[in-house]
Design a protein around this ligand. Sequence first.
Ligand code: TRP
Ligand code: SF4
Length: 400
Amino acid sequence: MYQERIVSGMRPTGALHLGHLHGAIKNWVRLQAEYPCLFFVADWHALTTHYDTPEVIEQNVWDMVIDWLAAGIDPAQAVLFLQSRVPEHAELHTLLSMITPLGWLERVPTYKDQQEKLSDRDLSTYGFLGYPLLQSADVLIYRAKYVPVGEDQVPHIEFMREIARRFNHVYGKEAGFEDKARAAARKMGSKKAKLYDQLRTRYQEQGDAEALASARALLEEQQNLSVGDKERLFGYLEGGGRMILVEPDVLLTESSRLPGLDGSKMSKSYNNTIALREDPESIKKKIRTMPTDPARVKRSDPGDPEKCPVWQFHLVYSDQKTKDWVGQGCRSAGIGCLECKQPVIDAVLAELAPIRDRAQKYMDDVTLVKNIVADGCEKAQKLAQETMREVRDAMGLNYS
Ligand code: TRP
Ligand code: SF4
């Protein structure tokens, strides 16, 4: 249960584009081989801003999963699921809301930022204010160790860490905690109990981080401790009560080096994207009409790649030889912009061809997609239920 699990989600508000591919998705593909990963479609989160256009969400849910699969997310490695199909997320959200100070939510920077940015929508709703809390439930319910997200989401991870800490503080206390923790340690056998004790002392008296890490590793290895005993030993190690919810760390996704077609950030709202499954003719046309260095009015005017968004595409897609050719040809007016764009067109089409192919298989057989998701929901729900049993128990809700 304390294995290094990874959880991340995405809101289904539009077709995935190259910005997503070179940002989040490639990162997910790498991570799925290294960690147990859970990736989900955050359809409830999409409703916080798109509550009045549910049809947008409905259509994008399956398309998003198809894009993920096409881009290389492998259901044999990662668990893919839909947030709304694991209603335990909502239950945890409700329970966490009881201990969430309003001020904490109001102070999350994205709250006011987004309200200002999306001023055409009325976002003075309860659901929108609670966005980071729902996100906390998404992650805490799997006791995830890492959350791969972009810079903009860092305050949300900070927030969920505080919620987890508060939860453990309020509900992790139990009568006779220390005795129970010591009894749990003895269940590992006297040798390991002694080692645990020594490491705990070293950490608590000298703040020795290595001792803390060794003790955690020792606990993680234990196969025959109950979940409750593990929580006690993790908590006792750090000097608190039971550690029922785990504080996750951010795994910062490097922002995509690929800008939008106009040089600003690639985003659907700026209308400067290339979608993963976009038709090749449309891609060619979009790249051919991309703006270039404004100094190159005529073919004979020299330019500067640093002032041209096409150059940013070369930096992502082209080899050294091509880049030298661009630099030289642009500055000397030796090449024209259309000529310069051709290797980028070829590279983008080559990158997207296998993705489009793979997507076709799923588009032709949506049942296949739905089965993958159903399977993922079932796996996710099992994990979520384990945590919910502990949470209900800690909150006094396991009536018998
Ligand atoms: N808020 C995230 C975003 O806009 C999406 C999200 C919802 C998420 N729940 C999550 C991301 C849990 C990571 C973990 O990108
Ligand atoms: Fe941009 Fe290439 Fe034209 Fe130079 S030659 S301005 S880098 S498109």
